[in-house]
Design a binder for this molecule. Structure first.
Ligand code: ZN
Length: 216
């Protein structure tokens, strides 16, 4: 749940805290709404309630930060990676949304599994069948047009999110934040290419045919 307050109470604050807003997902420098909502709790840590600079959002986020370095120790609601779900089928989008939630909560192994799940859902939605995900991705090559590099990336993500293989190889403790972020970014590009570019091309084609009709 998000709380909105009127923006006229804001004042400029040199101690800028920049995050991607958990509500509107835009990157912003969060403003102090009043000195009453900021409190130094020890030699260095400050707790502070701040407001999203996006006027149409203006939601409040609770921060703990270092007074000396301005490094953000914690924020709530948690900052999330952005993800545009437009035109992406719900089951595919939900899996990647859940991966992003796991990432925000530092559950990187679970995030990896959910990224892999998004690939499973993509194959299912495009009816790419096969005995396992390797073969389903290979079949997907006959069903969607993508650069070879993106198919190679899918195989990397397939291995990355394979919980059984991870546990067997005892590598699960090595799944890092950065690896998860790369896997999520690659998946976003993949979904963009499959669902969002085609939508844009269709819109462009529709516009040019409308133009042709109107000039006839
Ligand atoms: Zn916002």
């Amino acid at each position: 749940m998000y709380i909105q307050v009127k923006s006229q109470n804001r004042r400029a604050d040199p101690r800028s805290l920049t995050i991607r807003c958990p509500n509107c997902h835009r990157l912003g420098t969060f403003q102090l709404i009043s000195s009453d909502v900021e409190l130094q709790i020890d030699d260095d840590k400050v707790v502070s309630t701040r407001q999203c600079p996006n006027e149409t959002c203006a939601n409040l986020v609770f921060f703990v930060y270092s007074a000396s370095t301005l490094e953000i120790v914690a924020s709530y609601p948690i900052e999330r990676l952005d993800f545009d779900i437009e035109n992406i089928p719900p089951l595919v989008a939900n899996a990647l949304e859940e991966a992003i939630t796991c990432h925000a909560n530092e559950a990187y192994m679970a995030a990896g599994m959910m990224v892999r799940r998004a690939l499973e859902e993509l194959c299912r939605e495009r009816d790419a069948q096969g005995k396992d995900l390797y073969h389903r991705i290979e079949e997907l090559k006959n069903r969607v047009v993508l650069p070879k590099e993106l198919f190679d990336a899918m195989h990397r993500i397939r291995l990355f999110g394979n919980d059984a293989a991870l546990i067997e190889a005892e590598t699960y403790h090595r799944v890092s934040r950065e690896e998860v972020e790369v896997a999520i970014d690659l998946s976003k590009e993949l979904l963009k290419a499959v669902y969002q570019y085609s939508n844009l091309v269709e819109r462009l084609e529709r516009l040019s045919s409308e133009q042709k009709n109107s000039t006839r």
